[in-house]
Design a protein around this ligand. Structure first.
Ligand code: KDG
Ligand code: MG
Length: 415
């Protein structure tokens, strides 16, 4: 980098918490030369744990360190804690990593994707979100997503006998913006209900109706959200084969990585897993044994750009592609980090895109663009996101929790 100083000591690191419709935790790092980098540290429903981890245990270690030493800082934060992995630690490390990449790219005067090897494609295919309480409402919701420019759509449906369910928007989502946000501002998590047998009976018929109406070409995705056992997941994957899904996501809780062997033996429906994972080790068996087709982690939750690149390079050896998590609880900073990676890597698959609220977009002004089904991170130096302190100060933190599930007999179940 001609003209860039060999070292760039960090002068300040601030932890910013704001709630423009939902809570976000952001790390802002500034070098002695006044170059600013941003990192996303948002962990839905546990935001203040990451804020405290950063404030108490990470920020003091950053002051005076050379911002250029990204790999060394990653290894130092990971190994010097002694205690390994975990969502709080890895979201904190991710925020530092993103902020340092942002600084390095700003110093280089380049959009980050150039430092990651340059663009491997011209645009990033993104999927939208449709849902309905019944088939007609679902079809309207899919058509609204297509009208908004999406060329691939995740399909979620209500299930008869289940009152409230992940992925089904609170209101019909025909208004342009997908108005689904699972975390609720309340002192206690909301209780939802679940019935695996009713779900397994209902879902294939819904996909049959969608394919009959919309034809074979539209890429369709579905999220089972960790609720099935491996044999139930196998049955679902098999039942959905005639409808040619782009992927079936989180068909079973994958901390039991071996459980995916059983699913894989029974179905050719492509599988996507990993939004709750936070390290490459959570993927070890899944990738080595080719038990999945898409890596779902968010850059924010899996240790940042450095760590995600490592996971995706490992996956590439097995023809496994990216499907980076992009819900509204990943801030525009985390989303931008994903888009720079998506553009640069060879084994890109698809990107989730859940449009942020206008209030969020006022706090985080981002250069990324959306047109004709494709995202692009833009060509501003760094990640391309700025943080508006005035706008952020109008939205103080509010406690919010993700819901949880109980079965009909009262047993707590995966949500
Ligand atoms: O915070 C939890 C959400 O990010 C998650 O429920 C969203 O499953 C999700 C998805 O696929 O976007
Ligand atoms: Mg999901």
């Amino acid at each position: 980098m001609p003209g860039v100083a060999a070292t760039s000591p960090i002068r300040t690191a601030e932890v910013l918490v704001t709630s423009p419709g939902r809570n976000f935790v952001t790390l802002r790092v500034m070098t002695e030369d006044g170059v600013v980098g941003l990192g996303d540290a948002t962990l839905n429903g546990r935001e203040l744990a990451v804020a405290a981890y950063l404030t108490e245990h990470v920020v003091p270690l950053l002051i005076g360190r050379d911002a250029h030493r990204i790999e060394d800082t990653w290894q130092f934060l990971y190994r010097s804690a002694y205690w390994r992995r975990g969502p709080v630690t890895m979201a904190a490390i991710a925020a530092v990593d993103m902020a340092l990449w942002d600084i390095k790219a700003r110093l280089a005067g380049m959009p980050l994707y150039q430092l990651l090897g340059g663009a491997s494609r011209t645009g990033i295919m993104a999927y939208g979100h449709a849902s309905g309480r019944d088939v007609p409402e679902l079809l309207d919701s899919i058509r609204a997503q297509l009208a908004d420019g999406f060329r691939s759509v995740r399909v979620q449906t209500s299930v008869p006998g289940v009152n409230k369910l992940y992925g089904v928007a609170a209101q019909p989502s025909t208004s342009g913006r997908y108005d689904y946000e699972p975390a609720q501002r309340a002192p206690l998590p909301a209780e939802e209900d679940w019935d695996s047998a009713a779900y397994l009976r209902h879902v294939p018929g819904v996909f049959d109706a969608v394919r009959s109406e919309l034809g074979p070409e539209l890429p369709l995705l579905h999220d089972a959200h960790h609720r099935l056992t491996p044999i139930q997941a196998a049955r679902l994957g098999k039942a959905l084969e005639p409808y040619d899904l782009f992927w079936l996501e989180d068909c079973t809780p994958a901390e039991n990585q071996e459980g995916l062997r059983l699913v894989r033996q029974h179905t050719t429906t492509p599988l996507a897993i990993g939004e709750v994972f936070n390290t490459i080790w959570d993927y070890q068996t899944l990738i080595r044994e080719q038990l999945i087709d898409y890596v779902r982690s968010a850059v924010t939750h899996a240790g940042g750009i450095t760590a995600m690149r490592r996971i995706l390079d490992y996956a590439a050896q097995y023809q496994i592609k990216s499907g980076i998590h992009g819900p509204t609880d990943v801030s525009p900073v985390g989303m931008s980090a994903a888009l720079h990676l998506d553009l640069a890597i060879h084994n890109f698959g698809i990107q989730e895109y859940m449009v942020h609220s206008p209030a969020t977009r006022e706090v985080f002004r981002s250069s990324f663009t959306w047109a004709d089904g494709y995202l692009h991170p833009g060509d501003e130096p760094g990640l391309g996101v700025t943080y508006d302190d005035d706008a952020a100060s109008r939205h103080p933190y509010q406690a919010a929790y993700l819901p949880f599930n109980r079965l009909k007999d009262g047993t707590v179940h995966d949500w």
